[in-house]
Design a protein around this ligand. Sequence first.
Ligand SMILES: [Zn+2]
Ligand SMILES: [Zn+2]
Length: 464
Amino acid sequence: MLTNGLLALAFIAVPAFAIPANAADPTVKCESGKLKEASKYGACRLKTEAKAVNKGAAANFSRCELKFADKWNKVESKAGPGVCPTEGDAVSIDDRITSDTDEIATLLAGGTVAPSGCVIPAVPVGTTPVATPAVCSDPPSPLEDAIAPAIAAAQAAADMTRAELLDPTVITVVTCGTGTPLPSDRAQACTAVFANGKFLLFDAGDGAQRSMENLDLPLDALTAVFLTHFHSDHIADVGEVMSRSWILGRTSTLPIYGSEPIERVVDGFNLIYGTDEVYRIAHHGEAIMPPDTLLAEAHEVIGADEDGVVVFSEDGVTVTAYGVDHSPVEPALGYRVDYAGKSVVISGDTIDTPGLQNASLGADVLVSEVMSYLLIETTECVLEDLGDTRNEGIFKDIRTYHIDVAALGAMAETAGVDTLVLTHMVPSLTGFLVDGFFTTPVSAAFSGTVLAAEDGDRVTIPLP
Ligand SMILES: [Zn+2]
Ligand SMILES: [Zn+2]
């Protein structure tokens, strides 16, 4: 059991624990879980200490001790008796303490600490209040009268979209980003699933945030983000999602799920956007900009194999993560959302693989990446003819880690998918070419409905 003495040893925040390669071993898994709780405990201590230093008061760590002693003990009991006793833990934690002394120095210089334990250096913030003279006249000015209807109409439209998407009697999928790393007008990877009032976001590539705002998605109600893998076209806008959802009214901490090294990725975004949080709180005040809310909390998905592991479960809505094959990107995940007997699957980037097949079994909607091998292979040959060996090599490489149109259609047919939504189409095409190279060859092997998605398309699943 975790003692106060050991808690004291865990004083220093540990930004990110690497999960050992043999994470399936129960002892390794348990020790890893305890180290992560120790890391969060350290972060809690640092945050408490930072607040106390700012106020010139003595720090009281009892809240941290209570919270994390309980969590530590739960990890031990879940693993079973004797699987990972506390003896010996102090040594590894002590090593971390020694290596993190620089962070203490930063802290004492007035830094703050992200939920994940990352120290954010203090930034100078102006202390002069911004002058805000009264500007509204009574009666309203002619310009006020002129623009009022437009603002009211925009708000009414946003309210209507919110009501539709948060309607608990349907599941709604919004393809907020259907692009790839290749240039196009499409936002990069972004799929939003709304179920029982939850707003679950899968990936946030470049342009995802702007797309979601243009679509009036209710970002203040964003429940959680799930990352399939860390290619830039799936994570480039994560910081913007954190920041804008907070500015637009999100008041609870944002969990971000993903495989290892999710903690390092989230720490990085927290580090970058921590300064933005400081400025905006200083400007607007804590009542409008609740502190400690912009920054996100990493949730590492462990053990997601082809059979899947449940990573989220709230109010009847579950999200299961499946291991898919996007080698050499490992681990790469697909996700399945289940609610009230209906399901939505997000493929992530993958070839045809058991994880994708299992996730897709009986799915009402499968939102899948897809590639036209025909076009990519043909382009490869053209590049070879042109002597462009560098780009020829890239085209050769990318077709080994995406699923071909024919394979996707056949897989979805075998799995009994109802509606197949094509996204992340490689290459990104427009107009009749989409039908010719994607919809038609997929439909040749698949008897259900096929939608080659554009940014902003919606698919609604009525609940029984
Ligand atoms: Zn990828
Ligand atoms: Zn991708």
